[in-house]
Design a protein around this ligand. Structure first.
Ligand SMILES: NC(=O)c1ccc[n+]([C@@H]2O[C@H](COP(=O)([O-])OP(=O)(O)OC[C@H]3O[C@@H](n4cnc5c(N)ncnc54)[C@H](O)[C@@H]3O)[C@@H](O)[C@H]2O)c1
Ligand SMILES: [Fe+2]
Length: 322
């Protein structure tokens, strides 16, 4: 078993609690930057050269470490580069056994059918039926020491998944049932509670799970589509990037944005502004290309005629506000 553990835990008690046996190995993964296809390929090649194959990959960490575990598992059996599989249903073979153990709550990466990777030409997931984990372990105690800001940004990823799913055209009873539950739990934690306690960790972990289930059979929407552009060009992290965008989406999600702003204020969080101020024409175009490439997200958000609604001019104006 290969444990891909978030580098935050190097030298921390959690690392020494991992019960290694025989050839089992811990690899601390660098998540300073969100996962790249080159990093996934490097890890998989390294494991293939050393072991031929492995019994399983166990990812312990935030969304980045879990996504790395999913992608490396798939690349142990699928030929070529992980960049070849960025898209929908391109993965042809099951990976090796994979387990996810989240240490931050919100991304839903523990249940989703994607692993989000930045590749040579795009930031896009390996979305496939072979991508979800075979097993997950949800232990809210592992999220206990997460910094307040990080916990909020990742938690908001879940809140935004719910709004985008529940307000989307792809909505169905499956997604609605999970989305409503996740939203209720997010509200308990970020709206009702005045102090963070163990119950909040429990509730946010289940919110993340349910939010992930909700988008499994629907899609995310405008905040994610725009935030992917930021992340591709500027390296903006997923959670904070979503928050930066959500702050300006009144037109698309009026009630959700109002509540989002309330949660930001109540939890004393600073959302960066002006991050696109000094970008060139070329850079705006690159961001818009990545964003408009996320067709299912736009279609979910705005319907089949989305391209006539979200024109380049309109998207450009939105990016300028960020
Ligand atoms: N696969 C999916 O369905 C999906 C969905 C949403 C986001 N994502 C991906 O997830 C990533 C974002 O994940 P994230 O928001 O969980 O953050 P992250 O995994 O990028 O981690 C953020 C920071 O928190 C640290 N950290 C992790 N656990 C900690 C803990 N318990 N205490 C203190 N620090 C801790 C990490 O070391 C890192 O510095 C992005 O790469 C995004 O693309 C994937
Ligand atoms: Fe997300």
């Amino acid at each position: 078993m290969i444990f891909l553990v978030d580098h935050f835990f190097e030298g921390k008690p959690l690392a020494s609690r991992v019960p290694l046996r025989n050839n089992d190995e811990i690899i601390f993964v660098d998540v300073t930057l969100e996962p790249k296809t080159t990093y996934v390929d490097k890890l998989a090649t390294q494991l293939k050269e050393k072991f031929g194959t492995v019994s399983g990959i166990i990812g312990i960490g935030g969304g980045s470490a879990m996504d790395l575990a999913k992608a490396v598992s798939l690349m142990m059996t699928n030929p070529g580069s992980s960049a070849d599989y960025q898209g929908w249903d391109l993965v042809k073979l099951p990976g090796v056994y994979k387990v996810g153990i989240p240490t931050l709550s919100g991304t839903g990466a523990e249940v989703s059918r994607t692993t989000v990777l930045t590749g040579p030409t795009r930031k896009l997931g390996m979305n496939s039926d072979f991508t979800p984990f075979d097993q997950i372990v949800l232990d809210p105690e592992l999220t206990k020491d997460a910094p307040v800001n990080q916990r909020f940004y990742t938690g908001m990823d879940c809140y935004i998944h719910c709004i985008e799913s529940l307000e989307g055209t792809y909505l169905n009873e499956f997604s609605k049932s999970y989305g409503e539950k996740a939203l209720e739990l997010c509200r308990k934690v970020f709206v009702d509670k005045n102090n963070w306690d163990d119950e909040c960790d429990d509730q946010l972990m289940m919110a993340s799970y349910a939010g992930g289930m909700s988008i499994a059979y629907s899609q995310v929407g405008v905040a994610h589509a725009v935030s992917y552009g930021l992340s591709y060009l500027l390296g903006t992290k997923h959670g904070i990037g979503n928050c930066i965008v959500m702050n300006h989406l009144e037109e698309y999600y009026p009630a959700g944005v109002k509540e989002f702003k309330y949660m930001v204020e109540k939890n004393n969080i600073e959302i960066p502004a002006g991050i696109c101020n000094s970008l060139s024409e070329e850079q705006f175009n690159a961001m818009m290309d990545v964003s408009l490439g996320m067709k299912p997200l736009w279609e979910n958000a705005l319907g089949k005629d989305w391209a006539t609604i979200m024109t380049r001019k309109k998207l450009r104006a939105l990016y300028e506000k960020l």
